[in-house]
Design a protein around this ligand. Structure first.
Ligand code: B12
Ligand code: SF4
Length: 459
């Protein structure tokens, strides 16, 4: 039995344009969801993962599979349905899973034979058995998996063309930010995999650099932080010797022992969601505000960096407090905080979030011809009506923000500072150059976007 697991591409995502910018090699990440689903697949299935981000194959030239599984974030949904249509046209049943199919079940059901909602662990073997017997059901609900004994992801299945391997050690987030799908999808309960399983899986990863995909590797409660320390100690003891980057909340900076252990365990960079400048913009968005309120953010960032860990800050533009001038304000705040790189996204109503419900009720979702418009839900296009900013205005703010933060003198100052403090200046340089290059790709993408979709906000 032959199974293809497919990660559809979205050419509008600048970071997958490897040909246009070779720095993007460092920003094409492995589709861990499919590696996990492959790990749940019994050996009688011959399984291949197709990552279209490395280039879509000539599907008609491939051997005919018995089943196709497709994953998709919302931004990939349109392409996912195209791929599904191709295989269904050949009479091959198609199963879709992942966040988009879960949040938009009725839509996904129209395009595929079966949908797996939620996490796959508890239902995937049954799906395969039903497919083999020709009695595939329309929907299987995996809910939230018990992480006590899950199979490791298949790290051997993808070609060695990625700069980073990937791994997941926890699921769920209690902070429930209004714009984020994680609490709705993975739940508010912070579930943790056993430390020994994580260490074993780390050792199975070929790449020297690894992305830890957890939404918050350290969690927020004392017991979460204790578990993170146990994990870091175990990675040090096992001499795993990987360099890794992870996502965390700013409270990462509050515990010197945690920082020292993370650094010794291989942590070289952390993505932190600052989201708003000023932090007051976070009020009403979720519980993250409590972590930022009254904090000396620069001192927190410095404490992290002193351990040789780079800080990539993420921000959102288009919050209800954002007015003209927000672009330069975010760039200035990020520079003041001392962030090594920034990633700024437009506030985007992702299906299944509280923000979606709110914007829908207020008739603020401008790009709503679905599924075609889903391809703009990359956080790099303004898809909604923003309170104080027109579509052209918010695009100009985004360009001003990136132009200011990634101005060459500022980039060189950051790289030099990393060199002086012995904090991987090369990684800092690659990160900054990659963003600078993508910024130029974004200018073209915005021009096309404005030309093609300019009138849609008035409808
Ligand atoms: C790592 C990550 C990335 C990485 C890697 C992506 C990749 N190729 O895997 C990068 C940085 C590239 C990325 C980019 C983006 N991301 Co992202 N990302 C994540 C993150 C943190 C973890 C994803 C992950 O690997 N999880 C681990 C796996 C094991 O879990 P899983 O994907 O949920 O898979 C399970 C189930 O969903 C299901 N399943 C999934 N697929 C399938 C398929 C089949 C056939 C079956 C049966 C089951 C199944 O089974 C799996 C095992 O239980 C999630 C948050 C999260 N907690 O999921 C956000 C998240 C997925 N990203 C998000 C977004 C918005 C984006 C971007 C659009 C914007 C951005 N933030 O930069 C881009 C778009 C990229 C694109 N190509 O279009 C949103 C998506 C929301 C949505 N409705 O689409 C999330 C949920 C975060 C959020 N804030 O809400 N992302
Ligand atoms: S803290 Fe991060 S993962 Fe958790 S809900 Fe907020 S944005 Fe999502």
């Amino acid at each position: 039995m032959r199974l293809y697991l497919i990660n559809p591409s979205n050419p509008l995502v600048s970071s997958v344009q490897v040909k246009e910018s070779r720095w993007n090699r460092y920003r094409v990440w492995k589709p861990l969801s499919l590696m996990v689903v492959a790990g749940l697949t019994p050996p009688e299935w011959e399984v291949s993962i197709v990552d279209e981000n490395l280039g879509a194959p000539d599907y008609p030239a491939l051997p005919r599979p018995d089943l196709v599984g497709i994953t998709a974030f919302t931004s990939q949904a349109d392409r996912a349905y195209e791929v599904a249509a191709h295989f269904r046209g050949l009479g091959v049943p198609v199963v879709m899973g992942g966040i988009h199919a879960t949040m938009c079940l009725p839509e996904a059901t129209q395009h595929v034979d079966s949908v797996v909602t939620g996490e796959a662990e508890s239902v995937w073997p049954r799906v395969l058995e039903d497919a083999r017997q020709g009695r595939l059901q329309r929907r299987y609900d995996g809910g939230h998996a018990e992480l006590g004994a899950i199979a490791p992801a298949r790290h051997d299945l993808l070609p060695a063309r990625y700069a980073f391997g990937s791994i997941q050690t926890t699921r769920g987030c209690p902070l429930n930010c209004s714009f984020c799908s994680v609490t709705a999808f993975n739940g508010a309960h912070y579930r943790q995999r056993p430390v020994a399983d994580v260490v074993r899986e780390f050792q199975a990863i070929r790449e020297r650099r690894v992305l830890v995909v957890d939404d918050n590797l350290i969690g927020t409660l004392p017991e979460h932080i204790a578990r993170a320390k146990d994990l870091f100690r175990a990675l040090i003891r096992a001499q795993v010797k990987k360099e890794w980057v992870a996502q965390a909340t700013i409270n990462f900076a509050d515990d010197e022992e945690l920082l020292a252990l993370a650094s010794r365990a291989g942590c070289r960079g952390v993505f932190i969601g600052f989201e708003s400048s000023p932090p007051e913009g976070l009020r009403g968005i979720g519980r993250k505000y409590a972590l930022m309120k009254g904090r000396d953010v620069r001192a927190s960032v410095r404490r992290i960096q002193r351990h040789g860990i780079m800080v990539a800050g993420s921000f959102i533009m288009g919050l209800d407090i954002d007015r003209p001038g927000v672009g330069k304000r975010i760039a200035a705040a990020a520079s003041r905080y001392g962030a090594d790189t920034i990633n700024v996204g437009f506030l985007t109503p992702l299906p299944g979030t509280r923000l979606w419900d709110q914007m829908k009720a207020e008739d603020r979702i401008a790009l709503d011809a679905f599924p075609e418009d889903w391809k703009y839900y990359t956080l790099t296009f303004p898809v909604a009506r923003y309170k104080h900013l027109s579509p052209d205005g918010i695009i100009a703010e985004m360009l001003a923000c990136n132009r200011s933060f990634y101005a060459l003198p500022r980039v060189l100052r950051r790289v030099f500072s990393n060199f002086r403090h012995r904090r991987s200046p090369l990684v800092s340089l690659v990160g900054n150059l990659s963003y600078r290059r993508n910024f130029r790709l974004d200018v073209t993408a915005f021009a096309n976007f404005q030309q093609q979709l300019g009138g849609r906000w008035d409808q």
